[in-house]
Design a binder for this molecule. Structure first.
Ligand SMILES: [Zn+2]
Length: 318
């Protein structure tokens, strides 16, 4: 006997693979920091891997330099990801192959409808419900590609928000996987990346929970595994609007990092002890991993700006 304990093939012995996947549309702000912190802690507390993926597949919406600013801010705040930064644009060949595969199997079709053509289409909380106009063919040389949907219930059990379901044909209709401008659509890009990276658990903001059934639908059609999902509450302004670049949330400062991380932990209801304010960034992270509890966020959907954590940020920093 040697006394060696076998830990399996991965260094951590855990099969958990998580990720944080920001779009470079602006700097990292407090709202996106919450998703980074929660996904990181959930992965590390599970002994799993955690990848950083920059979702750079929508150049018209991107802000020059935001990609490097996000990576630098995450580094400064002490996040440690596994492997190199993953650029979603590098999966272009796989994204194109997935669209071609769906088209070849008649699960996707060209649609030449313009925004104006769809102006009178019915709407749901997911947006326009595509009425299926081009299912039987379209004539134009300029078109998007839509994936066929049906009205079966697509459900999943969210790790925090409980059972969720949608019927896609009546709630969104056939949705776009390749845009008219030639760019890959968000849902398809995410699903291909999660598959390529072997993601098993997705922790992200609740504003994306509505997207999940469409992503699960694509996973099923493409023969991919469906990861587990956990949607965390989003930080909101006083008027209830989500904190985002569009609503004027500012980039995270590189000064006062520990105080901001403590505010993030408090916003995520982790109750960090007061003496952590004078600890090092490393000690703060060690405490956070050791004490992470996702269950305190069960059925919590928003972190209002009048909460203590948010108020301390608004008053002292922004
Ligand atoms: Zn159409």
């Amino acid at each position: 006997m040697t006394g060696t304990i076998a830990t399996g093939s991965s260094s951590s012995g855990s099969s958990y693979v998580g990720r944080f996947a920001p779009s470079p549309t602006g700097p990292l702000h407090f709202g996106s920091l919450l998703a980074a912190v929660a996904s990181f802690l959930q992965a590390r507390a599970s002994g799993g891997s955690w990848f950083l993926r920059i979702e750079d597949v929508d150049p018209p919406r991107e802000q020059p330099g935001a990609d490097t600013a996000i990576v630098e801010a995450l580094e400064a705040y002490g996040f440690e990801w596994d492997g190199p930064v993953i650029w979603q644009s590098s999966a272009k060949a796989d994204q194109d192959a997935a669209v071609a595969d769906l088209s070849l199997r008649h699960l996707a079709y060209p649609c030449s409808c313009s925004r104006r053509d769809l102006a009178d289409a019915p709407r749901s909380t997911l947006g326009i419900i595509y009425p299926g106009t081009c299912r039987k063919g379209c004539e134009s040389s300029e078109f998007a590609i839509r994936v066929l949907t049906n009205n079966d219930e697509i459900g999943f059990s969210d790790g925090l928000q409980g059972p969720q379901s949608q019927r896609l044909e009546s709630q969104s209709g056939d949705f776009v996987v390749l845009r008219r401008d030639g760019l890959i659509a968000y849902h398809l890009a995410v699903v291909v990346s999660d598959h390529l990276e072997g993601i098993t658990e997705i922790v992200r903001g609740i504003d994306l929970m509505d997207s999940t059934p469409r992503q699960i639908w694509l996973q099923r059609l493409l023969g991919y595994a469906t990861p587990a999902y956990m949607h965390i509450p989003v930080a909101t302004h006083a008027d209830g609007q989500k904190l985002s670049k569009l609503t004027g949330a500012r980039g995270l400062p590189l000064k006062g990092k520990r105080r901001i991380l403590l505010a993030a932990l408090a916003a995520l209801r982790q109750e960090p002890p007061a003496d952590l304010a004078s600890a090092s960034l490393d000690d703060l992270w060690d405490w956070s991993v050791a004490n992470w509890r996702h269950d305190v966020l069960r059925n919590v959907t928003t972190i209002p700006s009048d909460s203590d954590a948010m108020a301390s940020l608004e008053n002292r920093l922004w």
